[in-house]
Design a protein around this ligand. Structure first.
Ligand code: NBY
Length: 795
């Protein structure tokens, strides 16, 4: 690695001269990427060597999504070369920020779950823990979103560039994965065995990405599998061309539905592909006897998408490694652990038994056996029918992946205190009673190195100047900022940085969209997937109420606010798409109204992704975390915004509860129903939105305007929105909470009127945010579940 700017420049110039005399930003990107790869390679090899030598336990994080974002800048940051490179390039006539803009971000995830996996990778490497990721190398990441006439359109995003192909491919480690076939019972030397004949094989080729930890010492591996045709004999009753096409499809694109369980055969193929390839890879490369697997390997499955790891590990242990069922079960249930990310019924994965039986016949017999044995173990207890039903893995021809994951794993966790409580007391009450020590909580966290140190270098600089640099390695030291929450010069510096980040955001947006926003307005930011329970609808309906107030009441002249929205709707989620259309419609009306636009501005940022988030989050004054209580498992955007000094307007849901606990409710704007109330209403089915409409004149008027189509465009749009609120009885309690939401917004205005007090509240949030670093989360997983040992890197 380079120790000085001069050294960097010298090497950079040599390379540029050997390639092309035209000094374009594209060339600078190419060279910088090459140089970074070389620097990393050394540490990567050394880390791998150390892991081999030490024979230490390794963690493998199985996830169908890794939403890693751009890597070049982050890697430079982590190897402590960012500033040298920035200054060096500057002197050579390049801007590092321009160079970074050329990287197409790999969108290998949908939202929170995929991004969490990426944050965990960062923390594992930074804490010098031996933990790696296994995922899929989708050719097309999450779709690119464009608005056409206010509606979302989706275009495929191809992120793989030439340079991603060459050195990352590990042909030597390719593995064959069996689909279909006939299960036969055969007599072997050690008794009757199951054997599968006539399988259709698909080759899994790994591509490795380095995961660089802080200070560049530890470099772990993210291994992504790509599907290709196998050299194994082909069964013959299928057309080869069809086989070729079907094979390519397996890793062709990411499933864009972030909330709907979609029982598609291709998705099942993807899930099995990930599990089988990764497990075979682990078993092939082990240096210990199979019985010692749980002492040497921990596997964490990110939701149920990789839950086939349970029966697949059983299959490999029994059929390929000749263990007995009992031995295999003992090993499996001490190796695999499961994280649950949702209690939404529509996101709970279920598979038709016949589908699994036909695609994965041997795996199916194993799931049946697991279910049978588990049910037998219940026979000694008196269990009512309902409980028995809930404990069944297979029920009425359907396989419930969450039950399979719980029964087959060592530990099960939720992602925030409230979520884990709901899992234990309600959603998985019966399972928790059967396995009382399995369930535990691990509140999510975020990679502060990306979301603060990298995304907000100015604020990080100020923090370091103020409390010294140790907070970067020990983020809980951010609490030392409490001493500066009333220091005027510090508060002024903070405010100046906030303004600067707003200007940078606006500059970035103007490059892509024609947006004119007042940086002195309050930046109120609602960024996340668009979903009923996340209530973007409540936000836009509240804006509608504000418009009416401004028009009707000449004394109501609030401080200007810009409401930013960012988020994609699943392509098949019609309601969410109608909400997007409505927001865009209201935006046009408000932004063009001479009176309204003095006070309100609406910006829906197209194609929200990790890169956009890196611009939006540091610029936020207000963080919208307004899900219907009990629905958001945790949320992680809430943590990123808090850490960048935005104040939260939020419900007592997910990790908001813990955010308010840490920052103090007086430094946030809490509103709305609590989880118990929501769940009570749902149980009794006693909520009637009409009662609210009839009892609250402001809401009544707003509803009338909606029905009259004042804020929408086209009949379809009105029908969808009004239909959900009235016919579907407002399942996310928008009307129930909107009044208290509106009051919370008035409290925001009152607080913002005192800029010094506001800044003080922001600083108190930053000071309290250290606990939400994913370093803390990973350390907790390691202590309680994975039992990893830190392996210091030798320089
Ligand atoms: O996981 C999110 C939760 O909603 C959020 O509260 C939490 O903070 C985050 C990390 O724990 N869940 C999520 O992002 N889920 C998905 O993206 C997802 C993707 C695919 C499917 C379901 C959910 N699927 O069924 O295909």
């Amino acid at each position: 690695m380079f120790s000085s700017k001069e050294e960097f420049k010298k090497s950079f110039i040599t390379r540029i001269e050997s390639k092309d005399m035209r000094k374009t930003t594209e060339l600078a990107y190419e060279i910088l990427r090459e140089m970074t790869c070389e620097w990393i390679k050394e540490s990567w090899d050394r880390t791998n060597g150390l892991y081999k030598e030490n024979d230490e336990k390794q963690l493998y994080y199985f996830s169908i999504e890794f939403l890693i974002g751009r890597v070049l800048g982050q890697n430079l940051m982590n190897i402590n070369a960012y500033d040298i490179v920035k200054e060096g390039l500057d002197e050579l006539g390049f801007q590092l920020s321009e160079v970074e803009e050329l990287e197409v971000e790999p969108g290998l995830g949908n939202g929170g779950l995929g991004r969490l996996a990426a944050c965990f990778m960062d923390s594992l490497a930074s804490l010098q823990l031996p933990g790696h990721g296994y995922g899929l190398r989708y050719k097309g990441g999450l779709f690119t979103q464009h608005f056409v006439n206010g509606y979302q359109t989706e275009q495929p995003t191809e992120w793989i560039q030439e340079e991603h192909n060459a050195d990352a491919r590990r042909e030597d480690l390719a593995i064959d994965i069996p689909y279909y076939g006939d299960v036969q019972l055969v007599m072997g030397t050690d008794g009757l065995k199951m054997k599968v004949e006539n399988s259709e094989w698909v080759k899994a080729v790994p591509y490795d990405m380095p995961i660089v930890g802080a200070n560049g010492g530890t470099v772990n591996t993210l291994r992504l599998w790509q599907a290709e045709v196998s050299n194994f004999p082909f069964p013959g009753d299928k057309d080869y061309l069809v086989y070729e096409q079907e094979t390519a499809k397996i890793t062709d694109r990411l499933y864009p539905d972030d909330s709907l369980e979609s029982g598609k055969i291709l998705r099942l193929k993807q899930q099995y592909f990930l599990c089988s390839a990764s497990l075979q890879d682990i078993l092939n490369n082990r240096s210990f006897s199979m019985e010692k697997l749980p002492e040497n390997v921990a596997i964490q499955i990110n939701d149920t998408h990789p839950a086939l790891a349970v029966p697949e590990l059983m299959r490999l242990l029994i059929d390929d490694h000749h263990l007995t069922w009992e031995q295999a079960w003992d090993i499996t249930t001490r190796t695999i652990s499961y994280t649950n990310h949702t209690i939404l019924e529509e996101a709970m994965e279920k598979w038709d038994s016949r589908l699994i039986q036909s695609l994965l016949p041997r795996v199916y017999t194993i799931i049946e056996e697991i279910d049978k044995r588990f049910k037998e173990s219940l026979e000694t207890q008196t269990i009512d029918e309902e409980t028995f039903r809930k404990l069944s893995i297979i029920e009425n021809g359907v396989i419930k992946m969450a039950v399979l994951a719980v029964v087959g794993s060592y530990k099960v966790n939720g992602v925030a205190k409230l979520h884990t409580e709901i899992l234990k007391k309600r959603e998985m009450k019966e399972l928790n009673e059967q396995f009382p020590n399995k369930f535990h909580n691990k509140t999510n966290g975020i990679a502060h190195r990306r979301w603060l140190v990298k995304a907000n270098q100015e604020l990080s600089g100020l923090i370091t100047e103020t409390i010294g640099p140790r907070w970067i390695e020990e983020p809980e030291r951010l609490n030392e900022l409490h001493y500066f929450a009333q220091n005027h010069s510090f508060l002024q510096d903070f405010q100046a940085i906030k303004t600067l980040k707003k200007e940078q955001l606006l500059y970035h947006l103007q490059r892509n969209e024609n947006i004119i926003v007042d940086p002195a307005s309050i930046f109120d930011i609602h960024i996340k997937r668009v979903h009923g329970y996340k209530r973007q609808l409540m936000n836009i309906m509240h804006i509608q109420m504000l418009c009416d107030r401004i028009k009707q009441d000449s004394t109501y002249r609030p401080h200007p606010r810009t409401f930013f929205f960012g988020g994609k709707a699943a392509p098949s989620y019609h309601f969410a798409k109608q909400v997007i259309k409505m927001i865009n419609t209201v935006a046009v009306k408000v932004n063009n109204d001479p009176l309204l636009r003095k006070h309100l501005h609406i910006v829906f940022v197209e194609n929200y992704n990790v890169t956009q988030a890196e611009y939006l989050i540091p610029a936020a004054d207000v963080s919208e975390q307004i899900s219907t209580a009990s629905k958001e498992a945790s949320g992680t955007g809430n943590m990123k915004l808090m850490m960048n000094g935005a104040l939260t307007i939020g419900t007592l849901d997910g990790a908001n509860v813990e955010i308010f606990e840490q920052a103090g409710q007086e430094n946030a704007f809490v509103f709305g129903m609590r989880a118990e109330e929501v769940m009570q209403y749902e149980k009794e089915q006693s909520y009637d939105p009409k009662e609210i409409i009839n009892s609250d004149p402001e809401i009544k008027k707003m509803m009338k305007q909606l029905v009259d189509g004042e804020w929408t465009e086209g009949k379809e749009n009105v029908d969808f929105i009004v239909g959900q609120l009235l016919e579907d009885r407002d399942p996310y309690f928008v009307l129930k909470d909107i009044h208290s939401y509106s009051n919370a917004h008035e409290r925001i205005l009152a607080a913002y009127a005192n800029p010094v007090k506001w800044a003080e509240m922001c600083v108190k949030n930053i000071a309290a945010s250290g606990i939400f670093s994913s370093d803390r989360t990973i350390q907790q997983y390691s202590n309680d579940v994975w039992h990893l040992t830190k392996i210091p890197s030798v320089y």
